[in-house]
Design a protein around this ligand. Sequence first.
Ligand code: ASP
Ligand code: MG
Length: 421
Amino acid sequence: MSLIVQKYGGSSVADAESIKRVARQIAATKKAGHDVVVTVSAMGDSTDDLIDLAHQVSDSPDSREMDMLLTTGERVAMSLLAMAIKDLGVDARSFTGSQAGMMTDGQHGRARIVDVTPTRVRQALDDDAVAIVAGFQGFNTDSKDITTLGRGGSDTTAVALAAVLGAEVCEIYTDVDGVFSADPRVVKKARKLDWASYEEMLELASSGAKVIYIRAVEFARRHSVTLHVRSSFTDKEGTWISAKRKAGTMEEPIIAGVAGDISEAKITVVGVPDIPGKAAEIFTRVAGAGANIDMIVQNISAQKTGLTDISFTLPTSDGPAVLAVLEAAQPEAGFDSLIFDDQIGKLSVVGAGMRTNAGVSAQLFTALSDAGINIEMISTSEIRISVVMRADVLPEAIRVVHAAFGLDASEDATVHAGTGR
Ligand code: ASP
Ligand code: MG
């Protein structure tokens, strides 16, 4: 008998009616002869509501207690789902992350899975029941405390279970039909991808595509778990994510998709002495503030001054902490000043076909220039080109680039519930 792991995002279980609908779908999969393990997220926006509540009682909520609080959201969803499935004549049992053997390190709010021992999940399957596991949570064996895997972490729970249980596929149910060539809320004619490689999906996810959580894709790649991202509102086939495209399908397009991200800011360190060790000095400080740097650009110095400027991008939320450490370092590091800019947008085109096709960057820059859009920074990987621009022109830029690469579909994409999760 084949085992299928299904993950339902918050928008798929937002209310009682939706839970019953999802329960029918799970019962049908079970009745079709599969073993089924389900991972579920908290209902609708309830995680956000719990976070709001925490901030109403405390200015800086304790991280251990925050995890205790947030994990209740998934507990509500899993138990309701189990009840609804049982009513359909299929046995079901819900488990918290710790009951399901999801062991993590001790970093509250962003714990990493270290081991999974799903004894009780296996027992439920042996008893012919559907096992429902609360998403996004685990348990640290040293502290004996409950942890969470970070926002969107239910995807990772599902993939981890699929890996240890040897599932045939891990189905990620969401409120869009699959992974799109661009956000359908920005590009009406975005097309659904039939397939993407792990690498393409990782680049898309890290460039701002939100349909699946990046850590889950990393996990899937490492353990060769086949993913199927699809809508819980239709029975249409979604997007398959695996190492290799199924034989006999169409030739790979050069570009898989265009992603946009407005969550980053840019810091420019002006007038840095152009001598060995200055970049090391600056970025050691930045790392000390715990910030994750994305792009870095340094130009040659003007000969007369011997000074150069270094710009880098980072999550906007890390901006204040990084500015503080750099300001403190200024006398010693000897640069002139700092500029903080949180009005940037980043556009990325991603596609494995870039490796073997010349001219992708020329085509990208031409499309942007035709639309009168100014490029501020550029960075590339083997299968991605990213450009930074003003945030307010990003949606327009995504649309023109999507069209320029011939990605526009003939029909408008459907968005069912509207959050993309
Ligand atoms: N409920 C959690 C969140 O909203 C986890 C998840 O949805 O995957 O981030
Ligand atoms: Mg959620």
